[in-house]
Design a protein around this ligand. Structure first.
Ligand code: FE
Length: 243
């Protein structure tokens, strides 16, 4: 009996070793790699995010919280863009004549109750040679009445106004009357805000028969509009002066 068992023992050991080997055999189990998933999900301190880009135009999209510019109204055009007549060409000077009286009152209208004549509104802007408006400039007018006479004793049909922030001015008056030997005209001086005289000139108006004034620079003839409901016409004229 023992002899039969001893002959079987080596085989049993071999089988046992083979069984143990197969239990741990095959490829070794890989150790799990520690992940950094948690750390990677955190925002990186100091990181700068790339802006969102509209790939159609290759331009950055507005960041969150910023109003999209779509359909925003077009900004108002500047004077230059609006095509106003300032080209930087200086307004030509013209003679002062013998009837200038300094110290005229500041007014918005030279018309007085007993005054006859065709009313006009002189209006425009004062620019420097670079077409920048000159706010606070003084525009001083003097002229004849409808009968062609100057008031050399007082300030009838004499007065000045100051330009606004856009260099604009407006002065109500009447068309000047017939004047022997010269087209109807209104004298003007422009002073800088600091009082420097920048221009002495004249504005010319149609003759009594409606013909345009002859023998004067076209650049000194205001653009006359149609009469409004009160019969007043706008006479537009921009001054360009070397400031
Ligand atoms: Fe005159």
């Amino acid at each position: 009996m023992f002899k039969r068992f001893s002959s079987f023992l080596p085989l049993a050991l071999i089988l046992l070793l083979a069984a143990c080997s197969s239990t741990n055999g095959g490829s070794p189990t890989a150790s799990p790699i520690p992940t950094t998933t948690g750390a990677a999900a955190l925002p990186q301190t100091g990181a700068t995010l790339d802006p969102q880009v509209d790939f159609a135009t290759n331009t950055p999209l507005p960041e969150s919280g910023e109003e999209a510019p779509a359909d925003s109204p077009t900004p108002p055009p500047t004077d230059a863009q609006a095509g106003l007549p300032c080209t930087g060409e200086l307004t030509p000077p013209d003679q002062e004549g013998p009837y200038y009286t300094p110290g005229s009152p500041e007014r918005t209208s030279l018309i007085e109750p007993d005054m006859s004549g065709e009313p006009i509104l002189l209006t425009g802007q004062v620019f420097d040679a670079d077409c920048n408006p000159i706010p606070g400039a003084q525009v001083d007018f003097w002229q004849t009445d409808a009968g062609g006479a100057y008031d050399n004793a007082g300030y009838r049909l004499r007065g000045h106004t100051l330009t606004g922030p856009d260099g604009g001015y407006a002065m109500e008056t009447i068309l000047p009357g017939e004047y022997p030997g010269r087209p109807p005209h209104i004298h003007v001086k422009v002073f800088a805000p600091d009082g420097r005289e920048l221009l002495t000139s004249q504005l010319y108006f149609p003759e009594a028969d409606g013909q345009p004034p002859a023998g004067v620079p076209a650049s000194l003839i205001p653009e006359l509009g149609e009469p409004d409901e009160q019969g007043r016409r706008e006479a537009r004229f921009d001054f360009v002066v070397r400031n």
